[in-house]
Design a protein around this ligand. Structure first.
Ligand code: SF4
Length: 74
């Protein structure tokens, strides 16, 4: 099974904490209230996909570690 790489663009994140609310064990806010992944690479997880799709600023990217292609968020 492939793995997913999670990245959050802290310059785009507006600190809404939506991702933390949806997937509290997958995202953490830093001292500036900007999100980042708890682990940079994970097994595919639909909750993380939901969190990425729900980000109001589209700051979260999921990348298929095998192909290097973006994971479809739909
Ligand atoms: S949902 Fe998006 S904007 Fe909100 S904290 Fe997470 S990454 Fe930042």
């Amino acid at each position: 099974m492939t793995r997913w790489k999670i990245s959050v663009d802290k310059n785009v994140c507006i600190g809404s904490a939506m991702c933390v609310a949806i997937a509290p064990d997958r995202f953490v806010l830093d001292e500036r209230q900007r999100s980042g992944p708890a682990e940079a690479e994970i097994d595919p997880d639909e909750v993380v996909r939901d969190a990425a799709a729900s980000c109001p600023s589209e700051a979260i990217r999921l990348i298929d570690a095998d192909t290097g292609q973006p994971v479809d968020l739909d």
